[in-house]
Design a binder for this molecule. Structure first.
Ligand code: HEM
Length: 408
């Protein structure tokens, strides 16, 4: 695919070590510099925007090993971010599983896991099909062209997670805007904190309302349940699930659609055999790896990693995009192959923090891709590929807009 808009991400630090490579040559491939590092320096020094230095890991084997190693903490309040000067404030911590370590993390994760099992998520399929079809009907009624982001890829996961949690979907304009500000790399730290605080306040009010009048959504169920969750934890859980539950899947849907349109042979294979839908979804997750700057961990003690001495307190960035294109693990890693057998990709992470919502995301993607390509025949881009605005400037990769047309 031709290069798209230049990356408007802020350049990182003036420190001695290099900053995280951000420049992509092809919008659907990770930055080429990550591939070079993976080959030559699989653990390399990395400079962070807050002035600290740490490490960047790019090999599949190393990334998985660190994610499964309890000598490395997930606490993003002590970690440096590879793309921002500040990350989270201590008051953001309650309920934010992503930044917690055992035993606090174990307590919340055990409480939530039963609500996100494969069986429970499969049971949502008929409702998700209904939501997808309603949005396709609306697209057909309005006729081409359309921007698929506001008309299809964003509202579907957003409505699904609202119904699952018991969050009023009428409030979406507000929480979509807070998420966009918090995940943008071009907003100021103050703007990010203000957006997070607004979301925290919104969730606190919602939890208060549900304490008075609990409904059947997950938040109401947790409020009624036999557990010791505080209101701050309930609000934090709601905030994390609401944002993680729609921004990620929405971007996989739009970027996945663009990828299919850009790989007609793969789209033809997908259409020809509905039996490969699950494999196709896994392959898109691997190939696109939308958590584009990876995940971070902090060393709780000095440790030897791939022959280098990592010091206690140093941050390690684990590049999920680089790991998912590692030729030592994947055959023809830079090729999209929707028939590829299951391959232990790390698009959902690995270890105790592995994505809680992964089964939901899989069901949503399988249904949405299948029905979209059936329901809008001849779907094509309505602008040249290099005019699709890519999310270089967001923590979660994807497209800002996806203008398409189809045969009526
Ligand atoms: C395609 C869509 C998705 C992708 C690519 C994705 C990716 C990830 C990744 C990489 C992690 C691990 C982060 C780390 O180890 O630091 C994670 C964790 C998490 N995800 Fe997802 N996610 C997706 C969809 C969802 C959905 C739909 C939900 C909610 C329903 C969700 C909720 C969570 C939560 C709560 C965690 C934290 C788990 C923990 O710390 O124990 N995600 N996700």
């Amino acid at each position: 695919m031709p290069p798209a808009t230049a990356a408007p991400v802020p350049s990182a630090t003036p420190a001695g070590a290099p900053a995280l490579p951000l420049r992509r040559d092809d919008p659907l491939d990770p930055p080429p510099a990550l591939g070079l590092l993976r080959e030559e320096t699989p653990i390399s020094r990395l400079a962070f925007p807050d002035g600290a230095e740490g490490w960047l890991l790019t090999r599949h084997e190393d990334v998985r090993a660190i994610l499964a190693d309890n000598r490395f903490s997930a606490d993003r309040i002590t970690a440096s971010s590879p793309v921002r000067r500040v990350t989270f404030k201590p008051e953001d911590r309650p309920g934010l599983l992503l930044t917690m370590d055992p035993p606090d993390h174990t307590r919340l994760r055990r409480l939530l896991t039963p609500y996100f099992t494969t069986r429970r998520m499969q049971a949502l399929a008929p409702r998700i099909e209904g939501i997808v079809d309603e949005h396709l009907d609306a697209l057909r009624a309005a006729g081409p062209p359309a921007d698929l982001v506001p008309a299809f890829t964003l509202p579907i996961p957003s409505l699904v997670i609202c119904e699952l949690l018991g969050v009023p979907y009428e409030d979406r304009a507000r929480f979509h805007a807070w998420a966009a500000t918090a995940l943008s790399l071009t907003t100021t730290d103050e703007e990010v904190f203000a957006a997070r605080d607004a979301l925290t306040g919104y969730m606190r009010e919602l939890v208060d309302a549900k304490r008075r009048d609990p409904d059947d959504g997950l938040l109401g169920v947790l409020i009624r349940g036999d557990n010791d969750l505080t209101d701050a934890e309930l609000g934090g859980i709601g905030r994390l699930l609401l944002i993680a539950g729609h921004e990620t899947t929405a971007n996989m849907l739009s970027l996945g659609t663009l990828t299919f349109l850009n790989h007609p042979d793969q789209l033809a294979a997908f259409r020809a055999d509905p039996g490969i839908a699950d494999r196709a979804v896994e392959e898109l997750l691997r190939y696109l790896t939308i958590i584009q700057f990876g995940t971070t961990r902090v060393a709780l003690e000095d440790a030897d990693v791939h022959g280098r001495r990592v010091r206690r307190g140093e941050t390690l960035v684990l590049s999920l995009p680089a790991a998912n294109r590692d030729p030592a693990h994947f055959d023809r890693p830079d090729e999209l192959d929707v028939t590829r057998p299951p391959s232990q990709h790390v698009a959902f992470g690995h270890g105790i923090h592995q994505c809680l919502g992964q089964q939901l995301a899989r069901v949503e993607m399988r249904i949405a891709f299948t029905r979209l390509f059936e329901g809008l025949p001849g779907l094509r881009l309505a602008v040249p590929a290099d005019e699709v605005p890519m999310r270089h400037d967001m923590a979660i990769y994807g497209v800002h807009r996806l203008p398409v047309a189809w045969e009526e």
